[in-house]
Design a binder for this molecule. Structure first.
Ligand SMILES: [Zn+2]
Length: 203
C-alpha cells in the first residue's frame, strides 16, 4: 500500500484478489500486523487468513478487514477473528477507526458529487414538492372561503401539521359528521381539494 492510498470499502473479492500485494496464503497475526487497507462486505464467503498455532484460521465469512503485514503482504482478517484477537489491540483499533472514518468521508463526498452531478434532477424534485405545497395551501384557502367561520374554527382546532402534510382528524360526533360531509361535498363536487391525491388523510 502506498502512503497515498485511501482506505477502501471492498464489495467484491476480485477487487482484493487483483491487488499486487494480496497473498491468499499469508497469515496475519498480531505480531506481524502493520495496518489496514480497507474493510470488505462480500455476498460470497471468503476464507480468514488470521494465523493460529495450527495454521491459518480458514473460517468462511462475508465481512472483515484487509490487513497489511510488516512483510508487505496483504491478507484477510475475518470479523470473528478481529473480535477475538485484534479488537483489543491498540494499533488495530486505531487503524479500524481510521479506515471507517475515511470510508465514511469518501462515501459522503461521493454522495455530494452525485448530488452536484444530478443537480438539475434534484432541483426539479424540490420544485415539484414546492408546487405541491403551494397547491395545497391555495386549496385550503379556497376551501376556507366556502365555509362558515364557525366550521373553519372547528376544522382549524382539529388540524395538525405533521411533516409537511395536513392531517384532519374527525371524531364521530354529529358536528364532525356534518363537517366531514361538507368537506367531502366540496372535494367531490368542485374537485378543488383532492386531499388524498396530495397526501391528506380524511378520517
Ligand atoms: Zn478467522
Amino acid at each position: 500500500m502506498t502512503k497515498l492510498e485511501l482506505p477502501k470499502l471492498f464489495k467484491h473479492y476480485h477487487e482484493i484478489e487483483g491487488r499486487d500485494g494480496f497473498n491468499p496464503s499469508c497469515g496475519v497475526t498480531l505480531d506481524n500486523f502493520q495496518s489496514l487497507i480497507g474493510e470488505y462486505h462480500f455476498s460470497e464467503e471468503v476464507r480468514c487468513q488470521v494465523r493460529k498455532s495450527d495454521g491459518n484460521c480458514g473460517n468462511n465469512h462475508l465481512h472483515g478487514w484487509l490487513g497489511l503485514t510488516k512483510e508487505g503482504k496483504e491478507g484477510l482478517i475475518g470479523w470473528l477473528c478481529a473480535v477475538k484477537y485484534f479488537n483489543a489491540d491498540k494499533t488495530f483499533a486505531i487503524e479500524r477507526n481510521r479506515v471507517r472514518k475515511e470510508i465514511s468521508i469518501s462515501s459522503s463526498l461521493a454522495s455530494l458529487n452525485n448530488l452536484l452531478t444530478n443537480r438539475d434532477v434534484f432541483e426539479q424534485t424540490i420544485e415539484t414538492q414546492m408546487s405541491r405545497i403551494r397547491f395545497l395551501r391555495d386549496s385550503v384557502k379556497s376551501l376556507e372561503s366556502r365555509l362558515l367561520p364557525s366550521v373553519i374554527k372547528t376544522v382549524s382546532d382539529m388540524e395538525k401539521l405533521e411533516t409537511g402534510q395536513y392531517i384532519f382528524k374527525f371524531n364521530m360526533s354529529k358536528l364532525m359528521k356534518k363537517v366531514r360531509r361538507i368537506l367531502n361535498g366540496l372535494i367531490n363536487e368542485s374537485g378543488i381539494f383532492r386531499a388524498h391525491q396530495y397526501g391528506c388523510t380524511l378520517t
